[in-house]
Ligand binder design. Sequence first.
Ligand code: FES
Ligand SMILES: [Fe+2]
Length: 424
Amino acid sequence: MLDTPAMPRQRLLSESPVSPEEVAGVRRPTVEASVLPPRTFHDQDVFDYEQEAWFAGGWVSAGREEDALVPGQYFLAPVAGENLIIARGNDGQLRGFFNVCRHRGATILEEESGTVPRFQCPYHAWVYNLEGTLKQPRHTELLVDFDPDEWGLIPVRVDTWQGIVYVDLSGTAEPLHDFLGDIVREFDRFDLGALRRARRIDYDVKANWKAIVENYQECYHCPGVHPQLNRITPYNSGSYLPSTGAAMNSYMEVLPQFETLSMTGAADGREPMPGMTEDDHKRVYYSAVWPNLLFSLHPDYLMLHWVTPLEPGRTLVRCEWYFDPAEMAKPDFNPAEAIEFWDLTNRQDWHVCELQQRGTKSRAYTAGRYSSMESSVHGFDLMVADRYANDGVTTPQGRVSKQESTAAIKDRAKRAVQGNAAAD
Ligand code: FES
Ligand SMILES: [Fe+2]
């Protein structure tokens, strides 16, 4: 009799491929910590785990409510390898569905957005209403044990914050606003759902999605990479804001001679957005919201980046610009300078992210160290590392004030190290 060969143990996707030991160096105080292990930017099994456990495991931003406002209006949202349908029902309710026919599995909707009276599969024409219920298909009357009511589209949990649509494929995540944390309170003086998109640009970036989120979290690179941005909001200006929950919030200051981030630094006649305080007029707020939304609120416009991982080394970044509809209605409304500014800045960022992606693949590279301008990068990496470790420990965020002196940072770090030693 042949021996049965020992089968390699199949790892369940719920089991992390990155051990607590492998990320122990990340989970130290910032001045001692190492950046993420290089392989987490390249390995397919790490990527698959992130997609399953994180992107399909809780709240992920998926689009804007303005693209599904009236009954039948829908858009498709790429989340965790799916192409979800987000649609407004005849009852006015926003719903999410898997874009998969229950018959033989064809994709139902191919157009990225539109308005439909119902969902009709292009293959054998099974029809679902806007609430996802299947109408009795032709030639199924004689089927045994087949109730069309049990064969509706598979629903996806949906909620919204400030006009941003979120989906939870797991169906078990905490309530959305609890998940989002401080960002909800930080921006509740605004009605950002009322803004409308002026422009969308998609970028196919040859870098891991985490490199892109990390890049957004720091301006250490700004003097060299973004001279145009650094001229208007100096890289060491601004401060961090309360950041419990999924978002890491901060702002940078617009120098007095400028109005906003645009090629000229002028707002081209646009009024500050409704709800803005005097302080807000001179700030650009930046929030990275776990896992895939970069939220940038300027005095006169909102910019969102949606970060969609495609492969370990490839990410779709969708950048959108939103303005107050009252400003957009003015005959001289011209967002071109703001759009050009960020299109330029985006491309500068993607270039260095792509360089990082290539370099971290080198056999010569070992995980580097954080500068004192990168405690937010470390903050995001801790969210990543804690999730890889999956040991129930949430490492405290050690973000330091940008104004804190080097001596004070060292002192704080020393105390943190002593605290760790005492705990060990
Ligand atoms: S696969 Fe959709 S109707 Fe057959
Ligand atoms: Fe940048």
